[in-house]
Design a protein around this ligand. Structure first.
Ligand SMILES: Nc1nc2c(ncn2[C@@H]2O[C@H](COP(=O)(O)OP(=O)(O)OP(=O)(O)O)[C@@H](O)[C@H]2O)c(=O)[nH]1
Ligand SMILES: [Mg+2]
Length: 454
């Protein structure tokens, strides 16, 4: 991979995180307790905030920067002008100047005003959590579509935050938060950015049309799709490789070469990847691996990556891969479900896969096995995989493919799009503003639109 943390050009970053009073609760999960016992800190027990800080650090290193210092502030609520309050800003400016850092990174999303005020007060560039995540996306986008999508999301996020940012603008063109996957640097004026946004949109449109055609060809033979979803670093790609190597097309089973990137870095996967696997029932399914989720993703970002997440929206079954060894595994689950809600896929059958069980103690393992209906696996060691395959089979058996007639008003664009996406359409005819069609697709999908049945 092109990313290299020990790169001599690595930027040095000062990390800022605010713990709001209500967020300071002790870690309760068993795995976290175990970790506390294993690694006691002088200051006492570890809190959720410590694990969030660890995640923040990992994000920063995944973006290729070096952590030069950390500032954690406790306050009851955000300061609208600067997030951290003017006193703390002064302190931060001193620390940034003393340590000569290249940038200050906030573990929060900043409003245009906050960003502007902070940039005025601090002697270096300032970036927020979303800009940091977009930067990592930019590094990991490999397909043209992925690259266009990231650049568009970056510009759209930047645009409302541009006003009066003289310093930031003159410094654009290098470093985290300013890097795009394409050659084009962020231009120095709003109008040029707007023009670039339009251009990106139309290029994306063209790329997507091609992909839609490929998909249509693929879907002429309906093969049920199973999508891996989950928090970043949960082990989706490792599981994808384990499954495709053991149950994939024979040619794929030969070596690891055909696999996807597994990496301890966050958001290693950005572009979706598909591969066929065969279940014990001999049913062929298309397995997809895609971008991971993370807490506090702004809604607009989820919308920008809708195309990347298309495979998730079309899947018959979702495999929610969870890192069983993470102290924040319950919080991660909530975050993943939030994003699934935004993608409108919460009603799809979903199997919980508790991964990395090789890292659990015998006690934790017993707890996990007793408390949940989850399937326990270790993608790395290959345990629990057969049971997982059986559960996928059982789930698909519950969702047979049906063929039904529909009559849908053309104004119901979402319904038409959803059927188009998840079913094979034939015998389409137009009558006034109504579209008549025969759709062959999973019962779960067709059932959702039963009000348009004919
Ligand atoms: N111990 C252990 N480590 C695992 C297991 N599965 C994955 N990992 C490790 O967890 C890290 C993340 O794995 P990936 O498969 O890249 O995770 P991902 O969910 O695809 O992550 P993103 O693509 O970044 O969202 C890697 O370092 C893997 O080696 C497992 O079962 N046990
Ligand atoms: Mg991955």
């Amino acid at each position: 991979m092109a990313v290299n943390a020990t790169d001599s050009r690595s930027e040095r970053a000062l990390l800022v995180s605010v713990a709001f009073a209500s967020a300071r609760k002790a870690v309760s999960s068993a795995a976290a307790q175990a970790r506390v016992a294993a690694a006691p800190r002088p200051g006492g027990e570890l809190h959720d905030g410590d694990f969030r800080m660890e995640e923040f650090r990992e994000l920063v290193t995944s973006a290729g920067a070096v952590v030069a210092g950390e500032v954690v502030q406790h306050r009851p609520k955000a300061d609208p002008a600067t997030l951290i309050g003017s006193g703390k800003v002064e302190e931060l400016a001193g620390a940034a100047a003393a340590s000569g850092v290249d940038l200050v990174i906030f573990d929060h999303n900043l409003s245009a005003t906050q960003l502007r005020n902070l940039e005025d007060a601090l002697p270096c560039r300032v970036i927020d959590r979303t800009q940091l995540i977009l930067d990592i996306f930019a590094r990991h986008a490999r397909t043209r579509e992925g690259q266009l999508q990231v650049e568009l999301a970056q510009l759209e996020y930047m645009l409302p935050r541009l006003t009066g940012r003289g310093k930031a603008m003159s410094q654009l063109g290098g470093g985290i938060g300013t890097r795009g996957p394409g050659e084009t640097q962020l231009e120095t004026d709003r109008r040029r950015i707007q023009r670039r946004v339009l251009q990106l949109r139309s290029e994306l449109e063209a790329v997507r049309r091609t992909r839609a055609q490929q998909r249509q060809r693929r879907e002429a033979v309906p093969v049920p799709a199973v999508a891996l979803v989950g928090y970043t670093n949960a082990g989706k790609s490792t599981l994808f490789n384990a499954l495709t190597q053991r149950f994939g097309e024979p040619a794929r089973r030969i070596g690891k070469r055909a696999g996807v990137v597994e990496s301890a870095r966050m958001f290693a996967t950005l572009d979706p990847k598909l591969s066929a696997i065969y279940l014990a029932s001999r049913r062929k399914v298309l397995l997809s691996d895609t971008v991971g989720f993370i807490r506090d993703l702004p809604h607009t970002l989820v919308t920008s990556f809708r195309a990347t997440l298309e495979e998730v929206r079309k899947a018959e079954v979702l495999l929610h891969v969870r890192d069983a060894s993470s102290p924040l595994r319950d919080e991660h689950k909530t975050e993943v479900e939030k994003v699934l809600g935004e993608l409108d896929v919460l009603d799809k059958p979903r199997l919980e896969v508790l991964n990395k069980v090789d890292l659990l103690s015998a006690d934790d393992l017993a707890n996990a096995a007793a408390g949940e209906t989850a399937i326990l696996v270790s993608a790395k060691e290959g345990t629990g995989i057969d049971a997982l395959m059986e559960r996928i089979d059982a789930e698909l058996m519950r969702d047979p493919i049906l063929e039904q007639r529909f009559q849908i008003p053309q104004s119901e664009g979402d319904v038409l799009a959803a059927l188009e996406a998840g079913a094979v359409i034939s015998e389409r005819e137009y009558e006034g503003n109504l579209v008549g069609m025969t759709a062959a697709g999973p019962a779960s999908l067709l059932g959702r639109y039963r009000r348009f049945r004919k």
